[in-house]
Design a binder for this molecule. Structure first.
Ligand SMILES: Nc1ncnc2c1ncn2[C@@H]1O[C@H](COP(=O)(O)OP(=O)(O)OP(=O)(O)O)[C@@H](O)[C@H]1O
Length: 302
């Protein structure tokens, strides 16, 4: 099943081409839309919601054309915009109930759905206070709640971790993962931080300067490499020397040692060396490509 698809999608503003013949598709689950600031992520979402007309090309969302079926799309799709757009004088409850009613729910159902949704996103007693006094994390949660309150099939989350501290970021990422898994709602989430999407996405679309760089399942980005990553508490140099003496090719990467190998037997060699040197092992794992590395290589090749 295809959740969204574009074909030759182009958006030209007077001074800049925000999307340049973008052809891409995504299925159900959590899809990351990644690109530097100005890559065209928000423009793509706005076109998919029918808020902006494309200059050329076509798009479908849940099988519907945003150019002609924008209202039907918005009935089944939630949108968490990037920028702050919340009224300061009303409470999260009042705002979310209002948004639920705007989507067509009767008042009593809207109240019930709003209460459930605010609880799901982690807003409790504070939901009765005016939004103007909320922290950035709480505001992001309200924006998320209003995107979910009408029980959509798909949500677009534009930079949901923006402005959050590390804990807030982790909480938001965990919530996004739950939306995709427990709630069964497909998610398209944008970020300029590749590393954070690695943790929550099933599929990643990378765009740069409005063009498609890559669209792949997350597993293809993070394939196993022919390396083993080792971390010890102390004695990193001694371990590197020992492994080198044993014929391994070892490089240091901050606190980590990267051992190049094709053979699973190298795990045993590392383990035995750690035991011989009486070191405390923190980590011993198969090296994997990081999504950042793939992105860096592909941008360099453009
Ligand atoms: N309404 C507009 N008028 C003119 N140019 C625009 C408009 N909206 C976006 N742009 C330009 O289009 C390009 C893509 O912008 P867009 O907001 O889609 O990028 P983005 O990937 O979402 O980045 P960011 O995270 O910084 O918003 C940028 O160069 C931006 O300046």
């Amino acid at each position: 099943m295809t959740i969204l698809a574009t074909e030759g999608l182009t958006k030209r503003f007077p001074r800049v081409t925000a999307l340049d013949r973008l052809t891409v598709s995504a299925g159900p689950g959590v899809t990351g839309l990644v690109g530097a600031n100005g890559a065209g992520k928000s423009t793509l979402i706005k076109i998919l919601l029918g808020l902006l007309p494309p200059t050329e090309g076509t798009a479908t969302v849940l099988g519907l054309d945003p150019a002609t079926r924008a209202l039907d799309i918005r009935r089944s799709v939630g949108y968490m915009p990037e920028h702050d757009c919340l009224p300061p004088d009303v409470s999260a409850t009042e705002f979310t109930v209002h948004m639920a009613q705007m989507s067509g729910l009767p008042r009593s159902a809207a109240r019930e759905r709003a209460a459930d949704t605010l609880r799901h996103v982690g807003l409790y007693e504070e939901r009765y206070r005016p939004i103007g006094g909320y922290s950035t994390g709480m505001r992001q949660r309200v924006k998320l709640a209003q995107a979910l309150v009408h029980d959509p099939k798909l949500v677009f989350l534009d930079e949901p971790t923006n402005g959050l501290d590390p804990q807030g970021r982790d909480d938001m990422l965990a919530l996004i993962r739950r939306i995709g898994t427990e709630f069964g709602i497909s998610v398209v989430v944008t970020s300029h931080l590749l590393g954070e999407l690695e943790r929550v996405c099933d599929h990643v679309i990378v765009i740069d300067g409005g063009r498609l760089l890559r669209s792949s399942a997350i597993g293809e980005f993070t394939q196993a490499t022919r390396t083993i990553t080792v971390e010890v508490e102390e004695g990193r140099q001694a371990l590197a020397d020992r492994l080198t003496a044993l014929g391994q090719t070892v490089t240091a990467h901050g606190r980590l040692l990267i051992v190049e190998t094709d053979s699973p037997a190298a795990f045993d060699v590392v383990r035995d060396a750690v035991v011989d040197l009486d070191l405390c092992l923190v980590r011993l794992e198969q090296g994997r490509h990081r999504i950042e590395d793939v992105f860096r290589e592909e941008v360099a090749n453009v």
